[in-house]
Design a binder for this molecule. Structure first.
Ligand SMILES: NC(=O)c1ccc[n+]([C@@H]2O[C@H](COP(=O)([O-])OP(=O)(O)OC[C@H]3O[C@@H](n4cnc5c(N)ncnc54)[C@H](O)[C@@H]3O)[C@@H](O)[C@H]2O)c1
Length: 321
């Protein structure tokens, strides 16, 4: 099966938070980008989002020829994907919608163009069920902001060809990303299962009045969050075992796993809980606009990435290690 790996034209279907992020990343890597989104005013919103991301992308470094001018917003799915070498769908997370959408996208796409979906946890065997040439259809699950965070989880469905998964990994790498192959097709993949567990506990803590939303964020950003940016849970806990390492850690903290620390079953989303979370986060945001906060977030991320990159180099490691 021949698929295109050396891509020149990137198509984005859906241009909300995640679709805009893909568009910004692809433009920064010097590609031509064609986008489609059915919402009124979506074209302008997309250009605003890309412009807000651009200073961070300039700090990271633009590819030769990279320009916001190389974005074209079109009015049909067919026009969007007809000449694309690679297509990334970032439409709302609803299986029925993605099922119909991928039937239409795959009919109009070049047969050798890889099609990726940004789904956070739906199964590709399900929503690619009506796709034409399903062997070239994959999931490429990114993280917000897509234009800065390297991780993309890649997996296929029952009918996806292994060669397409390899091709998608190569394409994502060419966009400066760090693809992670997910070995099994499971709902929520890897990262969102972990994040979902943390999110459920955070909601329980708010619901029980143990902490405010801001205090819970403090508990992450001044502690584990700093470690997580360069070392995951397993290696971190290995060091927590001291020189005796992971076996000692598991012996020491194993009993805590028997204690009822975590709830994990999600709390009921009552109006009170929703208000409490919305009011709490509104206080955290304060007078800042979302766009302003995004620029602050982006500057922090680029600083962290640069610092980690330099440190890795001093330790003889590559950025992807
Ligand atoms: N927000 C995140 O943090 C995040 C992270 C990773 C993956 N995702 C996934 O990315 C996808 C998009 O999420 P988002 O956060 O960008 O949502 P969003 O609501 O910001 O954007 C969705 C966009 O899709 C458009 N749309 C509506 N109907 C459509 C259709 N039929 N075809 C194409 N586009 C349509 C909407 O107008 C909107 O612009 C979802 O599958 C989601 O699970 C989200």
């Amino acid at each position: 099966m021949a698929v295109i790996v050396d891509i020149k034209t990137f198509a984005a279907i859906g241009a909300g938070v995640i679709g805009s992020g893909w568009v910004a990343r692809a433009l920064a890597h010097g590609l031509d980008v064609v986008a489609w989104d059915p919402a009124p005013g979506a074209g302008k919103q997309l250009r605003d989002n890309v412009a807000n991301a651009w200073p961070a992308l300039e700090r990271v470094g633009l590819a030769p020829g990279a320009s916001q001018e190389r974005l074209r917003f079109v009015s049909t799915i067919e026009e969007c994907v007809a000449h694309a070498d690679f297509i990334q769908e970032s439409a709302p997370e609803r299986e029925e919608l993605k099922l119909a959408l991928h039937e239409q996208i795959s009919r109009a796409a070049k047969p050798d163009a890889i099609i990726g979906s940004s789904t956070s946890g739906l199964l590709p065997s399900d929503f690619y069920a009506r796709a034409v040439h399903p062997e070239r259809c994959v999931v490429g699950h990114p993280f917000n902001p897509v234009y800065l965070l390297p991780l993309v989880e890649v997996l296929g469905g029952e009918r996806t060809a292994p060669a397409s998964i390899e091709a998608a990994m190569t394409i994502y790498r060419s966009l400066g990303m760090r693809p992670l192959r997910v070995r099994k097709e499971v709902p929520g993949f890897i990262a969102d299962r972990l994040l979902e567990a943390l999110w459920r506990e955070a909601l329980h803590l708010v619901n029980e009045g143990v902490a405010t939303t801001g205090e819970i964020d403090d508990a992450i950003r001044f502690g584990a969050g700093i470690r997580w940016s360069f070392m995951g849970t397993f290696l971190t806990y290995t060091l927590a075992g001291g020189d005796a390492g992971m076996r000692h850690f598991m012996q020491q903290f194993g009993p805590a796993l028997e204690l009822p620390w975590t709830k994990l079953v999600a709390p009921k989303l009552t109006d009170e809980l929703i208000d409490c979370v919305v009011d709490g986060t509104a206080e955290q945001v304060g007078p800042r606009s979302i766009k302003e906060l995004e620029r602050y977030r982006d500057e922090c991320i680029t600083s962290v990435l640069a610092a980690i990159g330099e440190t890795k180099a001093r330790h003889g490691l590559r950025p992807e290690d």
